[in-house]
Design a protein around this ligand. Structure first.
Ligand SMILES: [Zn+2]
Ligand SMILES: [Zn+2]
Length: 718
């Protein structure tokens, strides 16, 4: 994914930390007049699968003239200058996943006129539509009260209680108060608590810790930063349907510089440590807090560890490494640092600093080069633009971080003509390749066996393909093979009443198959070695075989569950179809006991009603079940179909094609196995699998065809 070009942003972000990445894998970037939402996703377009960003823009609607203009506010900080007099947005915060019912990706947006609006993803599959679902401003109180003048917002992480997922939205106001609101409690309870006093004590930044289970309920810590430079630690308690806040401590009493970033890592469980990083201009402070049993926070040695970096701009983006050891700080192209805490000192880690600079610069320079090319700058040097970073956000799987940045021309103003000048890019976040690879492999393997949505995995597969093709992909293919081998012998659950799709969803082979098709068809920006691709192809064939058996079982169960009357009413074509399905078990799955048992019952039913003349099939099936035979030859079974061209009989020699004695060749439907003699065929754009199109006529087989809406092997829509 980090090999992707940057995606353009509609307008320029204007303050630090303008980017966040949600639990639902969406990236939001706040600019003065729009919030742009990106979904870095794998999608199939023009018959090719590629990773790309889908993007949606939430634009600001007109706001009250009276609410717009606030002269004092324009002096609030270096980041709210001219924009504050315009219509526009101030900040955005993602709700944690599943805290809304029905579960929908949700974002809270604070406007310049202090409105707090909740937007949600529409029901369209391509998430092209975002709708405002709530305006919570009226719940906050009268507009005349500065307690309702909201400047900052942060949503807590999710806490799972009984059967609901709880999330609280913290809103920081111009009067130094924090207000808590929750979709679970709606307008029922809005808890408000004063944090800072004084006219300049505007809460401009908020950050949550994780939740911990605390006696009767849960609690979390909230760190608040104010425009007078102060930072407070606040404890939030959630008991039953009640929220409560307590200020624990206030820091930076003598340092009036505004905090630009607050980032927390670590755990709030008793005895654990929370690391809080606060940046102010070019300096960074880290507080190491021990979480006490009684719910208090104890700052180690009573002081913050500080360091001033000699750079020309302030820090505008920060992330803690996954293990919490390193703090990566970003400002512009060359002023990015990876810091580590060593005793009571903050040190620059030269190696990781070099690494994070390389990774971000690769994205920035590639884009700068593209822009220079557009305005036909002959120079090959990438120094025609200066990059300014507006924030970073880690991906939910921890493998990437997204950053937003602006490129400003350094030599020629006309270069602005080259198009949009703010961008969003994804960069690998892993500091150490040696620990990253096994982690990525493990996530993929775990997810494959847990039936996670395959789209969520493909960027990880790409990661392995790019950074680790020799070892990682090879190991992944080996893992997939052993999982497939295990499934070959696994017994299928024989509940037959369910819909085909839910039946299919229970088969992990479908996910494995999708990944294998993805690898073997080389549907990505990178070239894989032929041997890897061949290996994947062979395993994809094996996965297809397992899936095919799975569908056969589904159809057999469906036939066996039919009431006698309905079953007797099967027409000629359906009867032939029924025999083909049973025959395919004998021919292609002779070792699968479950399938053989179902086929045997179908043959028995047919002979009981004298539909089948002799007992050849019954004997063959019993012999396979009793291990007296290991396989059946197609010539031993009577032909079931006629050649649509010459009416000669066709034997069942292959699952894929049918050839009549006169050499007419037909493809077979992968789902029902019948000869495809009409142009009404659905063909998979990805793996070219063919499935018969449903007809208006009713009937068991037609119902199965109707229920099959995606390619049975690779999941592509057909
Ligand atoms: Zn023929
Ligand atoms: Zn397919």
């Amino acid at each position: 994914m980090d090999q992707l070009p940057s995606a353009p942003i509609v307008s320029q972000p204007f303050k630090p930390d303008s980017i966040t990445w949600s639990d639902d894998n969406k990236i939001a970037i706040t600019t003065a007049n729009a919030v742009q939402i990106y979904t870095p996703a794998v999608s199939t377009k023009d018959d090719k699968t590629a990773i790309q960003y889908r993007s949606v823009t939430i634009r600001c609607e007109d706001q009250d003239e009276s609410a717009r203009f606030d002269t004092t506010e324009s002096q609030a900080s270096p980041f709210m200058t001219s924009y504050s007099v315009y219509n526009g947005f101030r900040c955005a915060a993602w709700a944690p996943a599943n805290c809304w019912n029905p579960a929908r990706c949700t974002i809270a947006i604070v406007t310049i006129s202090h409105k707090v609006l909740i937007f949600q993803e529409g029901s369209a599959a391509d998430d092209s539509e975002w709708n405002q679902v709530e305006d919570i401003t009226p719940h906050l109180g009268t507009r005349k009260d500065t307690m309702t003048h909201i400047l900052s917002a942060a949503w807590s992480k999710a806490v799972i209680r009984q059967d609901e997922c709880f999330g609280a939205l913290a809103l920081g106001s111009k009067s130094g108060h924090i207000t808590l609101w929750s979709p679970q409690l709606k307008s029922e309870i809005v808890f408000r608590h004063p944090i800072f006093d004084g006219p300049n004590a505007w809460i401009t930044i908020l950050e949550w810790s994780d939740w911990r289970s605390d006696g009767a309920g849960h609690s979390a810590f909230l760190i608040a930063g104010a425009s007078n430079g102060r930072v407070a630690t606040v404890k939030v308690d959630l008991v039953g349907r009640k929220l409560h806040m307590t200020t624990l401590d206030t820091f930076f009493l003598d340092d009036s510089r505004i905090p630009t970033l607050i980032k927390i890592t670590g755990s709030s469980e008793p005895g654990c440590q929370l690391k809080v990083a606060v940046t102010k201009s070019t300096s960074v402070s880290v507080g190491l807090f021990t979480c006490e049993k009684d719910g208090s926070l104890n700052l180690n040695h009573g002081k913050w560890i500080q360091r001033n970096m000699q750079i020309s701009a302030y820090f505008s983006g920060a992330i803690w490494s996954k293990d919490g050891k390193y703090l990566h700080l970003f400002s512009s192209q060359y002023t990015n640092y990876s810091l580590i805490i060593d005793g009571f000192e903050i040190k620059v880690d030269e190696e990781f600093t070099e690494e994070i600079r390389n990774r971000t610069n690769k994205a920035l320079r590639t884009q700068a080069y593209e822009m220079a090319k557009k305005v036909k700058i002959e120079s090959q040097s990438n120094e025609s633009y200066r990059a300014e970073i507006w924030g970073l956000a880690p991906s939910p799987n921890g493998v990437y971080f997204a950053l937003c940045y602006t490129l400003s021309p350094t030599i020629d103003r006309d270069m602005r003509e080259s198009g949009l000048d703010s961008w969003c890019a994804c960069v690998l976040s892993i500091e150490d390749g040696a620990t990253a690879r096994p982690m990525v492999s493990q996530i993929i393997h775990h997810n494959l066996t847990q039936c996670t949505k395959v789209e969520d995995l493909l960027d990880l597969v790409d990661y392995l393909a790019v950074y680790d093709a020799e070892v990682g992909l090879d190991k992944l293919l080996f893992d997939v093979k052993s999982t497939l081998d295990a499934q070959m012998t696994e017994q299928h659950d024989s509940t037959f009443t369910e819909h085909l799709q839910s039946w299919v969803d229970k088969n992990p082979a479908i996910y494995l198959s999708q990944v294998l098709v993805y690898i073997s068809e080389q549907m990505k920006a990178y070239t894989l070695s032929t041997s890897l691709s061949e290996k994947a192809k062979a395993q994809a064939a094996k996965a297809k075989h397992i899936i095919s058996g799975f569908y056969i079982q589904y159809i057999l169960q469906l036939l066996l569950s039919c009431p006698e009357s309905q079953w007797l009413a099967l027409n000629q074509q359906e009867r032939c179809n029924e025999l083909l399905i049973a025959d395919s078990v004998l021919l292609w799955h002779p070792q699968n006991t479950e399938l053989l048992k179902s086929a045997l019952r179908v043959y028995q039913r047919l002979s009981e009603h004298k539909i089948m003349a002799d007992s050849t099939e019954l004997e063959m099936t019993s012999n396979l079940l009793n291990k007296k035979r290991v396989s059946i030859d197609a010539n031993e079974l009577p032909p079931r179909e006629q050649c649509p061209a010459c009416k000669d009989l066709i034997s069942f020699h292959s699952e894929a094609v049918a050839v009549c004695p006169n050499g007419h060749m037909w493809e077979r439907c992968q789902l029902t196995k019948v000869v495809l003699d009409s142009p009404d065929v659905r063909s998979c754009p990805t793996c070219s699998c063919k499935i018969k199109a449903p007809t208006p006529a009713a009937g068991i087989f037609n119902n199965v065809l109707v229920a099959c809406t995606n390619c049975m092997y690779c999941g592509s829509s057909i």
